[in-house]
Design a binder for this molecule. Structure first.
Ligand code: SF4
Length: 309
């Protein structure tokens, strides 16, 4: 696939995109012998995907929700109203993961690079994370390099333990393959995956369908309006994304208000998470260290003072 192809398809009408998604799902289910399940997060994107599949393709396709222990209570309540739903759970709590591996900060990609630069035994990998590979990719962004020397760890590992592992276990037990409601335009990693494999990926342990790859956020809302689809009430409180309450991926981006939302609407949960620690440093201190704009944040000066403690 190409960037141009994605741009072209993103310009299609809603009806064309629905037809396309129906085709993607039908082709996927035909190939896996109807052994598909909807990976359902309770968010608007996977909700739209679930509706498309059950409305236009096969109303018996099961939905699976992983309750990570880091979900908005409204989302959990909303998800429970879904028919033909299986709830799975991770074997470990996020508090233990943060203690052991570190805070999920900046982005999945940058967290992984920082963790590897800090802990790998391979000089080659460390050099790539610091300076990039031959074509300059795979390195920590200059603005986040200070996190290598932070007095706490940064890590994307909780995604594996809270999401990937429970779903992998479910797939092994049931023999079902996932349909995932992510969009190529959401992140660099998702874009690269789509450019490489398109909307359906058939590759033993990675076999999965991504029927909404060419959709945009405004298509999702247009679909919700067109079919009067119910959605989690957290969106009406001003939240743009559901998913893990205490994920800090993207919270450095200007205008991100997730922690303001939490402090206002879930003050007890907010304080609970902010006190989680890695290497003796609280989440609150780690966010301050990064200069993140959040309710108990402060300016960059504090990070410099922090470094001298
Ligand atoms: S989305 Fe963020 S908080 Fe949730 S499991 Fe993944 S890295 Fe952890």
């Amino acid at each position: 696939m190409t960037h141009e192809e994605l741009k072209y398809r993103q310009g299609w009408t809603l009806e064309q995109k629905i037809d396309h998604s129906v085709g993607v799902v039908s082709a996927f289910l035909a190939k896996v012998g109807d052994k598909g399940y909807v990976s359902y997060s309770g968010g608007k994107d996977s909700g739209v995907m679930l509706d498309i599949i059950r409305r236009f393709v096969d109303k018996t396709v099961p939905a699976v929700f992983c309750n990570t222990g880091n979900e908005y209570p409204e989302v959990v309540k909303f998800v429970r109203e879904t028919d033909n739903l299986t709830v799975i759970r991770p074997e470990i709590h996020i508090k233990q993961l943060i203690e052991k591996y570190g805070f999920p900060l900046i982005s999945k990609e940058q967290s992984q690079y920082i963790r590897q630069a800090k802990h790998t035994n391979s000089e080659k990998l460390r050099n790539i994370r610091l300076n990039g590979s031959i074509n300059g990719i795979g390195k920590i962004a200059e603005r986040w390099k200070f996190l290598i020397d932070a007095p706490f760890d940064v890590s994307e590992r909780c995604c594996y333990f809270l999401k990937k592992k429970p779903f992998a276990k479910f797939q092994k037990q049931t023999g079902l393959f996932p349909l995932i409601g992510t969009m190529a335009g959401e992140s660099r990693l998702r874009l690269q995956k789509w450019l490489q494999h398109g909307c359906n990926l058939f590759d033993t342990d990675k076999t999965a369908s991504y029927p909404l790859s060419i959709w945009t956020e405004s298509d999702i809302w247009a679909y919700i309006r067109k079919f009067h689809l119910p959605y989690s009430p957290v969106y009406d409180l001003g939240l743009r994304r559901t998913g893990c309450m205490f994920c800090s991926f993207g919270c450095h981006i200007k205008g991100d208000r997730r922690f303001y939302f939490l402090k206002e609407h879930k003050p007890k949960i907010y304080e609970h998470f902010m006190q989680m620690r890695n290497n003796g440093i609280t989440y609150k201190e780690a966010l301050r260290f990064c200069g993140i704009d959040f309710p108990d944040g402060t300016d960059r000066q504090t990070r410099i003072e922090f470094l001298h403690i």
